[in-house]
Design a protein around this ligand. Structure first.
Ligand code: ATP
Length: 231
């Protein structure tokens, strides 16, 4: 169980998060939604230890992980696919996968399981990551995170710029992770994707957490969408 308790964080003089609290629940997709600059990416970075909270706690199964160095989050089973994917571009598909496995000492069984989920990657094991299509790069970033056998999976706008067939593959992967009991945290701008994938939506505004609502409530009454994202 991942829990944020009143997390504040920022960049030098810029305070980007003000006392943000929420829980990510196993087997659930939680969407973070808000305007540009609301603090969605910073929230994920704070969970990873990539920005250090100036206040509050990030608790993973009761342990406060907010003061740990960033390499500790993957070791504890938190997978993070940042916006823009950040692969090792000069390494091959296989080498990128290997790095994912090494981060948490996973072996060939995990590798095969992950490659079974992405047959396109299996066909391209020796291809350099920077020669993959955008959708294939997103698959590789996702596959690398799944090599951790994560209990928490965080995706920052994973379908940005992808064609519909690729979007479907990423979406199916998220649904499968939820089915396997992973706690998924998704930053997603496309409202139809939020409404179809999320179980709960947490609205962020100016670095503060506003309402958290079950997605069914938003379908019935989209007023909060108007209020926080202007659609
Ligand atoms: P977007 O939808 O545009 O990606 P976001 O909700 O993910 O936005 P963040 O990227 O978390 O928002 O940014 C929150 C605030 O922190 C913004 O005011 C932003 O300008 C600021 N910020 C983000 N990264 C940095 C940085 N490296 N240095 C200084 N300020 C930053």
């Amino acid at each position: 169980m991942l829990k944020l308790e009143q997390v504040s964080a920022g960049y030098g003089p810029v305070q980007a998060l003000h006392e943000v609290s929420f829980e990510a629940v196993p087997g659930e997709v939680l969407c973070l939604l808000g305007r540009n600059g609301a603090g969605k990416t910073t929230t994920l970075k704070a969970i990873m230890g990539l920005v250090k909270p100036s206040g509050g706690k990030v608790l993973l199964n009761g342990e406060n992980i907010s003061a740990l160095p960033p390499q500790e989050a993957p070791k504890r089973g938190i997978g993070y696919i940042p916006q823009g994917r950040r692969l090792f571009s000069e390494l091959t598909v296989e080498e990128n996968i290997e790095i994912g496995l090494m981060a948490r000492d996973k072996g060939p069984a995990t590798r095969e399981h992950v490659l079974d989920m992405f047959p396109r990657l299996r066909e391209r094991l020796h291809q350099r990551a920077d020669t993959l299509s955008g959708g294939e790069q997103q698959m590789l970033a996702t596959a690398r995170a799944l090599c951790l056998e994560p209990s928490v999976l965080m995706l920052d706008e994973p379908t940005e710029g992808l064609q519909p067939s690729m979007i479907d593959i990423i979406r199916e992967t998220i649904v499968e992770m939820r089915r396997q009991g992973v706690a998924v945290i998704l930053v997603e701008q496309r409202i139809e994707a939020v409404l179809s994938l999320a179980d709960r939506v947490a609205f962020l505004e100016n670095g503060r957490r506003r309402e958290i609502v079950p997605v069914a409530d938003l379908r019935a009454d989209p007023a909060l969408l108007h209020k926080y994202v202007g659609v």
